[in-house]
Design a protein around this ligand. Sequence first.
Ligand code: 13P
Ligand code: SF4
Length: 303
Amino acid sequence: MIYDIQNEIMKLKKEKDICILAHSYQAREIVEVADFTGDSFQLSVKAKDAPNKNVIMCGVRFMAETVKLLSPDKTVYLANPEAGCPMAEQMDKEIIEAVKEEYPDYTVVAYINTTTDLKTVCDVCVTSSSAVKIVKKIDNDKILFIPDCNLGDYVSKQVPEKTIKLLQGGCPIHARVNASDVDKARALHPNAEVLVHPECVPSVVAKADFVGSTSAIMNYAKDSDKKEFIIGTEISIGEHLSYMCPEKRFYSLSKNLICPNMKSTTLMDVYNVVKGEGGEEIILDEDTIKKARVCIDKMIELG
Ligand code: 13P
Ligand code: SF4
């Protein structure tokens, strides 16, 4: 049954010139029908380069909006209109405009997990894989990093030469794990390496063997000589890795590492969009695109 739906999706996407993008947190049956799977930065670059007229984003709203910002002439759909990122909703333009008045000489660096509206008042965007590199390259030693204080803390430790101000935002899913989860997992799997996402709290990051974006974690585990890994990010990453590297073992740092928003997209949602019966077309006005694109273009230039 799943196989039949997948075949139908593959057929329809070719006929209708559709590119399907899936974030690495998506379920396996969706990844299998995607033209490209990756982390937030890779998805935004792919979206820009894809030759297709239509794009379906299997991920959360800010990702579909990023595709639209980069490719305003394409028709972009969010496969499940309910899929939002709680972190992206934590801060709005008004809050940041007020903070900017307090810190007028700071460069505002926004994690890509922000709304398009908020991006219109930010200077540079970053993703988890590009944040350290981009912050190093910014021609200002004073950085206001929003909204993720955990990623911001990680960046500030990697770039100690800059003054980095943080606001109290972050991913509620990654914030569920703590240092004692790392100790417990290490006790259970003493030969495993701990790989975590920088959205985790600093005490978890401090205990990890490797810190990186979803793709960086996957590449590290694939290339490593080690055989066992404790994965400190959304549960899908360990699952995808266990198919890619059947000779290795992957354990989740916590069973709570499930993002309900990322998991809300189903194969049937994708099927309905390719049939022309579902999803939501992303519509952004020209002025918003122009303003929000400034920080996205800067991210691609510096990343
Ligand atoms: P990356 O894919 O950039 O690592 O980000 C993880 C995430 O939480 C996306 O919402
Ligand atoms: Fe947002 Fe966290 Fe879910 Fe990523 S894992 S989409 S940051 S809530």
